[in-house]
Design a protein around this ligand. Structure first.
Ligand code: FES
Length: 203
């Protein structure tokens, strides 16, 4: 088997649930927010991005096949269309479930020159996971990302809606201790983005 075929097998997407298997999990708040958002746009298709943020919050940060199917159902779009949008943008978590906190390590040029990989290695050692993995206790997911557009703060981390930088080992120690006491910054970020979309419609 060629490498390409093997790679395709590794990246196989989860199957869409059959209509009778679909579980609707949006809370009443989520349903109300979606109905409000629909009034801000000319049609339901235009609501796909904010609806995916609602789903990411409602499904604890991970857009499972059921989450994607629920968005498709609520917007009367096809599963393939919603999956195509969700998997196009890296801010939607479609590859695997994530921890309460996603720590994103910028390893692009400036951060790289300022020690990003040393910080990444330190985080891997402290958390016992590699990039793209979640700690067994479900608290942290570690990711390597491209330039976060705050190169003057290199080496830079992003956690939820917060930038942290420049960071060193001591900063990382304090950050991890602080995050352990906090609610999910993954769902908090999704919730804040939904609220921004709701406010935008009233301008
Ligand atoms: S290179 Fe890291 S924020 Fe730009």
């Amino acid at each position: 088997m060629s490498d390409l075929i093997q790679l395709g097998a590794v990246n196989e997407r989860p199957k869409a649930p059959r209509p009778e298997e679909l579980e609707l999990k949006f809370s009443q708040t989520a349903v109300d927010q979606l109905e409000a958002l629909k009034t801000h746009y000319p049609n339901d298709k235009a609501c796909i991005l904010p609806c995916l943020w609602i789903a990411q919050r409602e499904y604890d940060g991970y857009l499972s096949s059921n989450a994607i199917a629920e968005v498709a159902h609520r917007l009367s779009r096809s599963y393939a269309e919603i999956e195509g949008v969700a998997t196009f943008y890296s801010m939607y978590n479609t590859a695997h479930s994530v921890g309460k906190h996603m720590i994103e390590v910028c390893t692009c040029l400036t951060c790289h020159m300022c020690g990003a990989y040393r910080i990444g290695d330190y985080l891997k050692e402290k958390l016992g996971v590699d990039f793209g993995e979640t700690t067994p206790d479900g608290l942290f997911t570690l990711h390597e990302v491209e330039c976060l557009n705050a190169c003057d703060r290199a080496p830079l981390l992003q956690v939820g809606d917060q930038y942290h930088g420049p960071v060193d080992h001591a900063y990382v120690d304090n950050l991890l201790a602080e995050l352990k006491t906090q609610e999910s910054t993954v769902t908090k970020l999704a919730d804040e983005i939904v609220k921004v979309h709701l406010q935008d419609g009233h301008k």
